[in-house]
Write a protein that binds this ligand. Structure first.
Ligand code: NCD
Length: 304
């Protein structure tokens, strides 16, 4: 039976820990001079991206290449998707070319779940609408473990556009399963219904969410997904919810600052915080390649 990674909602704590353990080993490969292992030799990885992406797509592509797979990219502009081909027909084409792993990003929640039923390849969700982005949450957790040694008991404050964020949903599933305490903060208009039933503390201000946090995670204000003004202006957002150096003092003195990227400088986080000593944003990017290597290896060779 083939395995997919569609979300962290359906994984249990042990499965998440197994991926993080393997990712820690893969990180050594990413940081080595050689950057080459042969775990996916002869396998084909296709990145099918229906939404813009810089780091996630490159990260999957490099992860595949570091493991000696054949890697190819399809984006919606410049492919037959732009000519109106249906998801099902695209899937059939990909299937016919002997793809082993299909990495998919789509603006519609649930699209990878549909695709997974249509193809023989293992499907990895690289972000579906406002649903999940499991490898992002896994790379966030790997980075937290590298700095704090564990997830259990950590106080994680996630600040920003909670409503539109698939990153926050995957992080909530993963972090709460591994025993972290998660608080979310942001404008009330950017809080989804039912968020308080996800086992997190919800604040409509940034101060209370930040108190004593070990981890401060900013989330991008997703203007492209907002159909109407959900807050008055970017300037006002930063004044009330932006994390700057003075607000960061509310968190623990050794708190680290994270962001999945792309960052709107001076909106979610001040430039001083982004470039400051406590920011681990670039390490998250490196962890991302390791996590994707681990996930693809385990999908092909077992472990899920
Ligand atoms: C995130 C995404 O696409 O969901 N970015 C990413 O994968 N690095 C977050 C975002 O777009 O704000």
């Amino acid at each position: 039976m083939k395995h997919d990674l569609l979300g962290l909602k359906e994984l249990n704590a042990d499965q998440i820990r197994n991926i993080l353990d393997e990712a820690a080993d893969m990180k050594r490969v990413v940081l080595s001079k050689e950057k080459k292992i042969h775990n996916l030799q002869g396998k084909t990885v296709v990145n099918l991206f229906y939404e813009n992406s810089t780091r996630t797509r490159l990260s999957f592509e490099l992860a595949a290449k570091y493991m000696s797979a054949n890697a190819a990219n399809i984006s919606s502009s410049g492919s037959s998707v732009a000519k109106g081909e249906t998801l099902a027909d695209t899937a059939e084409t990909i299937n016919a070319m002997g793809t082993d792993i299909l990495v998919m990003r789509h603006n519609m929640s649930g699209a990878p779940h549909i695709l997974s039923k249509l193809v023989d390849a293992s499907v990895v969700n690289a972000g579906d609408g406002m649903d999940e982005h499991p490898t992002q949450a896994l790379l966030d957790m790997l980075t937290m473990i590298e700095h704090k040694g564990h997830i259990e008991g950590l106080k994680v404050a996630i600040i920003g556009d909670i409503y539109h964020s698939r990153v926050v949903r995957s992080n909530i599933y993963g972090l709460t399963k591994l025993g972290a305490e998660v608080s979310v903060g942001g404008p009330r208009t950017l809080m989804p219904m039912g968020i308080d039933e996800m086992g997190v503390q919800v604040f409509d201000n940034v101060h209370e969410a930040l108190v004593d946090a070990d981890i401060v995670m900013g989330l991008r204000i997703q203007l492209e997904r907002q159909k109407k003004g959900l807050f008055p202006s970017i300037r006002e957002y930063f004044r009330f919810f932006g994390v700057d150096e003075s607000r960061l003092k509310l968190a623990k003195p050794d708190a680290i600052v994270m962001h999945p990227g792309p960052v709107n400088r001076g909106v979610e986080l001040s430039t001083a915080v982004i470039d400051g000593a406590r920011s681990v944003i670039t390490q998250q990017v490196t962890s991302g390649v390791a996590v994707r290597m681990a996930v693809m290896d385990m999908l092909v060779h077992g472990g899920f």
